[in-house]
Unconditional design. Sequence first.
Length: 218
Amino acid sequence: MHWAPWNLFDAATFGTYLGAAAALVAAPGPGQALVMARTLQGGVRAGLLTSVGLNLGTVVHTAAAALGLSALLLASATAFTAVKLVGAVYLVVLGARMISGTLGGHRVATPDRPAPEPPRVASSRLLAHGVLTGVLNPKVALFFLAFLPQFVRPERGGAFVQFVVLGLALATLGVIGDSIVAVIAARTGRRMVAGVWRERVTGSVLVGLGLRLAFLRR
């Protein structure tokens, strides 16, 4: 069957998908918490790069769902547990390292002696951390396996391309939503969280997300 990109979706189906995706993006979740924590730690740049990384993870999960790999996590308790624990350990270790790094001789901020700015984290590291956090969450993979197929119409052809388009649309909305969170956090949160407490808040959020992931059930 011949198909063209502009014939992949009807307006009603794609409009319904965009509405559902926007609602999902707007709902508070661990992704927003991570973006906020990174913003408190390193400013808008850190929050935006983390958002891009998380949503690159969304694209990876989209491709996995399109290829049927997510079904493996749904069918195999062992595979689900393995991916979940790797992701949980990664987040907990990363958060613990950030917290422990603030327990030394850092000076405390005062009105007369403001805290120094935190060291600038390389863009590649922020992106990598975001991607790994997104990819190593099996619950996201199962969500995509359940959510995206509802809007794919195989009779229109190009089913894999439909998956990709839907995933890219969700990732784009995710970056926009997270960017708003990052800007708001940068303008309000950094005034409230000074010095080493930025690192401690960020590390605590990462540990909390890791523990939350560790206790996820299929």
